[in-house]
Design a protein around this ligand. Structure first.
Ligand code: ADP
Ligand code: ASP
Ligand code: MG
Length: 467
């Protein structure tokens, strides 16, 4: 099989939540195979399994004996999938494989239970079972339907650093491994998403939602013609469908727009996914497993059709904390921002949004609530002298906030967008805590109280998309 013009498909947990859904997915794969010989397929764990594995791990770590029941349920769920998807003759062999994996998991959980400690490294090893279990079953189910497939464990292929839980990929080595692997594999590869391994061959994971990235890396390494991400909605929608009932499917987006949407919370696509595809200019298509004939959303470098709307979509990130550093000693002094962000970078704290008023009296930035405490401490350490001298005030932390962002290339150089946004928010009495606009003018972000988020999203949606 040549490695050019491949299509990489990825099915998320929501597409393989139960055996019925897996059957539909297998039909989609068979159809794609009949239309295009060259496909490879990445899978997540069955829907909810990663969350369940995290829960079981945490229970074992505090010696909550109920973890055993949850593991039994997980085993049962996978056994049932085998029963429903694989013919009687082949079944026992597959059940044995699954049993061996579950036994290994049980051993690891027992270890966690004994030492009462769950390290990030152990958790990554545990989580990788989710994708290994789903892919083992699906590979066998496809073989059972005479589809020529081969199970591919992505761990030895995707090489990463040692940031367990959110590992960064070594692209050069991973790309080489991917090319080598695919150079002599005639069957359709069924690939475990989400996992990788370090130099020492220890299992890592790429961050929640990371199967999208696995698929994108494979597409980029092989110069695929397209990356298809199959999920449970009709593509990227104009807003989170769980919060805005009237959200509709966006037919086309640029890479930049998709990056902004996903960065600010549209979890339909994992933000780092865009990068490898973008670098190789590989279009990404988001499709709905439950409505396979719907075209979905295509993400590519340039738009082919002019959009009718001023903005492309609205994304939202629920639950952020805002930290404010302010004080008379900050005005007109060079290097404050560099020290501030340097101190945060040293602690590996990810900053979601930054605003500084032109008075230079204060700088505000948003982080995930889990990082707020460390961020505050890092700043206090960095500016301890200024704080003692009252040049910098106490750091203020505000919690239970949300960020709502409007996104779109059409916003560039178009006046009146911000006022439209603020009119929508003002009319619905949403109080704005902070505002930021990227200099690329691709997004305007507004920080508000979490309780206002849904109201704000709907008001903005109505204002910008008068449908
Ligand atoms: P998968 O299991 O396929 O990886 P995810 O749950 O990670 O699926 O992502 C799909 C979900 O993302 C959708 O079900 C939807 O609830 C949510 N979502 C949030 N914002 C958006 C958006 N703007 N467009 C589409 N889906 C969104
Ligand atoms: N199973 C992993 C998760 O739930 C990876 C993924 O689904 O993309 O985060
Ligand atoms: Mg996902």
């Amino acid at each position: 099989m040549g490695i050019d013009k491949m299509k990489i498909m990825k099915f998320g947990g929501s597409s393989i939540e139960n055996p019925e859904r897996i059957k539909s997915v297998m039909e989609i794969i068979k159809k794609s195979k009949s239309e295009n010989n060259n496909i490879a397929v990445v899978f997540s764990a069955f829907g909810g399994v990663t969350d369940e594995l995290i829960k079981i791990s945490k229970m074992a770590a505090v010696r909550n004996n109920d973890y055993v029941d949850l593991l039994d349920q997980l085993e049962k769920r996978h056994f049932e999938a085998v029963d429903k998807l694989i013919g009687v003759k082949k079944r026992s062999g597959v059940l044995t494989k699954i049993k061996v994996m579950i036994n290994e998991l049980a051993d690891v959980f027992h270890g966690v239970y004994l030492v009462k400690e769950l390290t990030a490294k152990t958790l990554d090893f545990i989580l990788s079972f989710g994708e290994n279990l789903s892919c083992t079953i699906i590979t066998e189910a496809l073989k059972n339907r005479d589809v020529p497939v081969n199970f591919m464990d992505s761990r030895p292929i995707i090489k990463t650093d040692e940031s367990f839980g959110n590992a960064r990929v070594d692209k050069t080595r991973s790309f080489q491994n991917i090319k080598n692997h695919f150079s002599n594999q005639p069957a359709i590869q069924i690939i475990t998403g989400f996992a990788g391994s370090t130099d020492k061959d220890e299992t890592t994971t790429l961050g929640r939602g990371g199967s999208d990235l696995t698929a994108s890396l494979i597409a980029a390494a092989l110069g695929a013609s397209e990356l298809e991400i199959w999920t449970d909605v009709n593509g990227v929608l104009s807003a989170d469908p769980g919060k805005v009932e009237r959200a509709f499917s966006i037919s086309e987006m640029t890479f930049d727009e998709a990056m902004e949407m996903s960065h600010f919370g549209a979890k339909v696509i994992y933000p780092p996914t865009i990068q490898p595809a973008l670098e190789e200019k590989i279009p990404i298509r988001i499709k709905n497993t439950f409505q396979p004939d719907f075209t979905g959303t295509v993400i590519r470098e340039n738009q082919l059709v002019e959009s009718n709307w001023l903005i492309k979509g609205i994304s939202s990130m629920e639950d952020v904390s805002l930290l404010r550093i302010q004080g008379s000693g900050m005005v007109g002094i060079a290097g404050i921002a560099a020290r501030l962000f340097g101190a945060l970078a040293k602690e590996k704290i990810n900053i979601i949004l930054i605003t500084q008023a032109s008075s230079e009296h204060s700088i505000c930035f948003a982080v995930k609530p889990g990082d707020a405490k460390d961020a505050k401490k890092a700043i206090e350490d960095e500016f301890s002298l200024e704080m003692q001298a009252h040049l910098v005030d106490e750091i203020i932390v505000e919690n239970e906030l949300s960020i709502v962002a409007i996104v779109g290339e059409n916003m560039r150089n178009t006046p009146g967008i911000a006022s439209k946004l603020f009119v929508a928010l003002g009319n619905s009495e949403v109080n704005i805590v902070a505002i930021a606009q990227g200099s690329s003018e691709l997004n305007i972000s507004v920080v508000m109280s979490q309780k206002d988020e849904k109201k704000a999203l709907n008001a903005i949606h109505e204002k910008f998309f008068d449908i």
